[in-house]
Design a protein around this ligand. Structure first.
Ligand code: NG6
Ligand code: CA
Length: 513
């Protein structure tokens, strides 16, 4: 209430395009210095939130964020899986331009070149304290992979982050430990960690050999080392004192994020926060267990909503919420069964994680990369809905424009400044959106059409539960009229197929080194 009154007395924002009704906001200074919190949820679908129309699950905190900010209806992640999507966000470069940007194992080397200029570098150069907390999944350490028993270098601190508290890859991948500023948190040096993704190491039981020890059984893969009664991808041994407890991961990430915010409350800060929710294995804290009525996938949506609420309450209690630009989004679309027998399909109860869209995580169809995206900055962002086509690849240059930092030559080559759209004041569609599926097959969307390049790769993932969108024939959808991608018009509109194929090729040819 107080905020609204305050805002109503301020002059209008010059960036506002004509015809934008709503409250007047303060003019945007040339170099604004809001705190920036970027929350990357994991595998959260556009249909998973009540503010995006979900009726079987309630997400009150995220809904409040949406009602106080701008909710995007046509926003895309760079890729339909985590590693490439995060790579795109932090580098402003399409991940498919480089090899080795697909889903990374838990002992992967750092896959972003420490020499490259990242979003965190830009925020750092703009005078921000920078932190990365939670899911990382971009590798750590030198070529050859991570040694978890020494100070790990290079790491996020070589990419512009002052502070890191990280899950190296995913919670379904070993090692099951957090990394704090290059060190495994809580590691006993007398119990060193060994990790291997090719062969079994150590004598800890595995899901394949000792399924009777499991409390959550795999449905696909995930049958290597058992940690906390859950078998993972990859083998590990050692580091017992450092192992995470799955039920506590959301709490730990929220706590470390809050501590970072509190430490930097008196200076501009940039927090890049990756939640583990709602990725597998879905192990909610007992506070959320059984609370959604939709099984554990629903429960971890509630846990995710709680996490966002914790960040919002922290900002509120420090009195810095209004001057914090908070972005909430997902790294890729939703998975239902993603490799564990957690009854996710059976217990959907009418809930539709993909909303009305075709496909899901891994897919080139819309639900693969069309994700929830919400921006709140009470001082400048007017509440509303943003329908413009928007891509996470543009967050980099938009934030650079906001903070007034000049980027070095070659930085963020695929990113464009869409600050006005990010802030909800402009409504210009991105010229085109590139989508990427798990096998690096690309689609381009432009002027209401979406073209899929032909691919001989597999059609489905996981016993036909996910359509990947690969087809040896090109596909074309009139996405503006056919949001559900039901009518392939490639045969009828060869002219558009040809034009979009040429455009995609032209984009692929850009920035070749
Ligand atoms: C897949 C895993 C899946 C998930 C995914 C990465 C199997 C059978 N499936 O390979 O469970 O971990 O990788 O997800 O192993 S992501 O959101 O981090 O990209
Ligand atoms: Ca993901």
């Amino acid at each position: 209430m107080k905020q609204n009154l305050l805002r109503a007395t301020l002059p209008a924002l010059p960036l506002l395009s004509a015809g934008c009704a709503g409250k007047a906001h303060a003019p945007l200074p040339e170099q604004a210095r809001p705190n920036v919190v970027f929350i990357f949820a994991d595998d959260l679908g556009i249909g998973d939130l009540s503010c995006y129309g979900a009726t079987r699950v309630a997400t009150p905190n995220i809904d409040r964020l949406a009602s106080e900010g701008t909710r995007f209806t046509n926003a895309y992640s760079t890729s339909a899986t985590s590693t490439p999507s995060r790579f795109g966000l932090l580098t402003g470069m399409y991940p498919w331009r480089l090899p080795n940007t697909q889903i990374a194992p838990g002992n992967s080397e750092l896959i972003i070149d420490p020499e490259s200029y990242t979003l965190a570098d830009a925020m750092h150069d703009a005078g921000y304290a920078t932190g990365a907390v939670g899911k990382w999944h971009l590798g750590l350490g030198p070529e050859g992979g991570t040694d978890f028993n020494v100070e790990i270098s290079p790491d996020a601190r070589d990419l512009g982050f002052d502070y890191e508290y990280l899950i190296p890859a995913t919670v379904d991948r070993v090692p099951c430990v957090f990394i704090e500023n290059g060190r495994v948190a809580g590691l006993d040096p007398n119990d060193p960690i060994t990790v291997d993704y090719k062969h079994k190491v150590g004598d800890w039981p595995t899901g394949a050999e000792n399924p009777e020890l499991l409390r959550l059984r795999p449905s696909h893969g995930h049958d290597n080392t058992i940690v906390n009664g859950i078998s993972r991808i990859g083998w590990m041994t050692g580091g017992k004192s450092a192992l995470w407890i799955d039920e506590g991961i959301a709490d730990t990430i929220a706590l470390k994020a809050k501590q970072f915010i509190v430490r930097h409350k008196d200076e501009p800060f940039f927090l890049y926060m990756g939640t583990n929710d709602v990725h597998v294995p879905r192990v909610p804290h007992p506070r959320f267990e059984g609370k959604s009525g939709l099984g554990t996938r629903g429960d971890v949506i509630l846990q995710l909503d709680w996490t966002v609420g914790e960040i919002m309450h922290t900002l509120d209690s420090l009195g810095i919420a209004d001057n914090t630009l908070l972005i909430f989004t997902s790294d890729n679309g939703p998975a239902i069964d993603d490799g564990y027998q957690d009854e996710a399909f059976m217990r959907l109860g009418g809930h539709t994680p993909s909303g009305i869209y075709r496909g899901g995580k891994y897919s080139l169809y819309e639900a693969g990369t069309r994700i929830p995206f919400i921006v709140r900055w009470a001082d400048y962002v007017r509440p509303g809905v943003q329908d413009a086509l928007f891509s996470q690849i543009d967050v980099f240059r938009s934030l650079a424009a906001l903070t007034g930092v000049t980027l070095p030559e070659g930085a963020a080559p695929d990113s464009r400044n869409h600050l006005a759209e990010l802030l909800g004041t402009g409504h210009t569609d991105r010229e085109y959106i590139i989508e990427q599926n798990r096998q690096n097959t690309l689609a381009i969307m432009s002027n209401g059409w979406k073209y899929f390049e032909p691919s001989d790769k597999q059609t489905y993932e996981y016993r036909k539960s996910v359509e990947l969108g690969n087809s040896p024939q090109p596909q074309l959808y009139h996405i503006a009229r056919d949001k559900r991608e039901q009518h392939d018009m490639a045969a009828e509109r060869a002219d558009i197929v040809q034009a979009l194929a040429a455009k995609l090729q032209e984009i692929k040819n850009e920035h070749k080194q």
